[in-house]
Design a protein around this ligand. Structure first.
Ligand code: SAH
Length: 401
């Protein structure tokens, strides 16, 4: 597995630097190493990306930070707010890369939809937040790792769009820094899911760096247990994630079918990494006690939604600590596939529940603002994209797959 390529300039934006890297740079500039904490805190704790506003730094250092390229790497070009409080930010980065990031408040009304993301164990243990618990609304943030995606899943708008480019760690983190500004009074950022556009494990290095930045205690300081990486199921990437973060980062796997025949029809990657290989990787994931792997299963009418599929899924997952998240397919322009009837969804869920699985049906959040799965960023066709992107589109999709 190869990571999608990034140019040096994109990979080494100052926002992607960890404190130890700031220390080395500051030393090379003849500055005191303790400034590293100050710079890092300004960026990641305060969310201040303009050196001119870093008031406890001397003017010459602020100027050097500016000439080092420290500046916000993107801008919010659209915000849509759905009736259910979901906010979808459309962010534009260099080269016209547009990704979305979705702020999902977990109100009592919507708790059931987001239950699958929340681990009661965590809530019992945490957390010294300034707002009293009863006045808080927990917010889950869904972020993107690539502009487009190389995996080609037939039901997914990003998959059909193809990969344009991976995001640098600074661009991944910047989505969190920006989204924090869109929190409303009483809302606290509680969970972060890498479930937006792109395949995080096909872009491992930048994703892993983003995890390190987001969890750094001097920055955003989210606990890695509150992060969930969602993958199409690349075994090498799953193993690496497990090794690098000792299993602490939550894992969600887009399984969508219990057998190779069905899965290969909707997920081209399955031909390369069949179900048995994927299951092996899941079994080897160093899952902490009491944590479970989330199995995502997009239900598509007539493809993977029969009772036999539910039975086979139950057999396949036996012995694994999982919770199953059923997602009735959201229709996309590029495909005529559609969601099963409500009755079929219920039947599928009940069969899994009868077989002893925790099973949630994810109703679409924010669908009145097209918050579902890649749709906002992909409005408009490639003809309207900046020329650099159009060139790469013509060159073809994937780097390294
Ligand atoms: N590449 C990663 C993360 C991005 S997709 C992955 O495959 O998990 C996030 C989730 O949305 C995945 O489970 C994906 O299968 C699902 N998804 C994508 N398009 C969808 C659609 N049109 N309807 C329902 N779920 C969809």
């Amino acid at each position: 597995m190869t990571d999608t390529a990034l140019t040096d300039a994109l990979a080494w934006h100052p926002v992607a630097r960890l404190p130890e890297e700031w220390r080395a740079w500051l030393k090379s500039q003849g500055e005191a190493p303790f400034r590293a904490s100050q710079v890092f805190r300004w960026i990641h704790h305060q969310g201040e990306l303009s050196p001119a506003n870093m008031s406890n730094l001397a003017l010459p250092l602020r100027e050097r930070l500016a000439s080092e390229g420290l500046t916000p790497p993107g801008t919010v070009v659209d915000v849509k707010r759905a009736q259910d409080g979901t906010r979808k930010l459309l962010i534009e980065f260099a080269e016209g890369a547009r990704v979305e990031c979705v702020v999902i408040p977990m109100t009592p009304k919507t708790a059931e939809d987001t239950d699958y993301l929340v681990d009661p164990e965590l809530d019992a243990e945490d957390e010294e937040l300034s707002t009293p618990k009863e006045a808080q609304t927990k917010v889950t943030l869904c972020i993107s790792t690539q502009y487009g995606c190389a995996m080609g899943c037939v039901f997914c708008a990003s998959g059909q769009f193809g990969l344009q480019r991976g995001l640098g760690a600074h661009e991944i983190v910047f989505q969190v820094l920006l989204a924090r500004r869109y929190l409303e009074p009483g809302e606290v950022l509680s969970n972060l899911v890498f479930m937006g556009m792109g395949e995080p494990l096909h872009h491992y290095d930048q994703t892993a760096r983003a995890v390190r930045l987001i969890t750094h205690p001097e920055g955003i300081a989210m606990s890695s247990r509150r992060l969930t990486v969602s993958t199409v199921g690349l075994p090498g990437g799953i193993q690496k994630l497990g090794d690098d973060f000792a299993g602490k980062v939550g894992l969600a796997v887009s399984l969508h079918a219990p057998d190779d025949e069905t899965r290969s029809r909707i997920i081209p990657m399955n031909q390369r990494y069949p179900v048995a290989k994927l299951l092996q990787a899941l079994k080897a994931y160093p899952l902490p006690k009491r944590r479970r792997i989330t199995i995502e299963y997009t239900l598509i009418a007539g493809i993977n939604d029969s009772i036999e599929h539910a039975e086979r899924l139950a057999d396949l997952l036996s012995g694994l600590r999982v919770k199953v998240n059923l997602i009735p397919m959201n229709p996309i322009e590029a495909s005529s596939l559609e969601a099963p009837s409500e009755a079929a969804v219920t039947r599928f869920r009940e069969r899994l529940a009868d077989r002893g699985y925790s099973c949630f049906v994810r109703t679409t959040r924010g669908d009145d603002v097209l918050a579902a799965c890649g749709q906002l960023a992909l409005q408009g066709d490639p003809g309207t994209l900046p020329s650099s992107v159009a060139v790469r589109l013509r060159r073809g999709k994937a780097d390294g797959v």
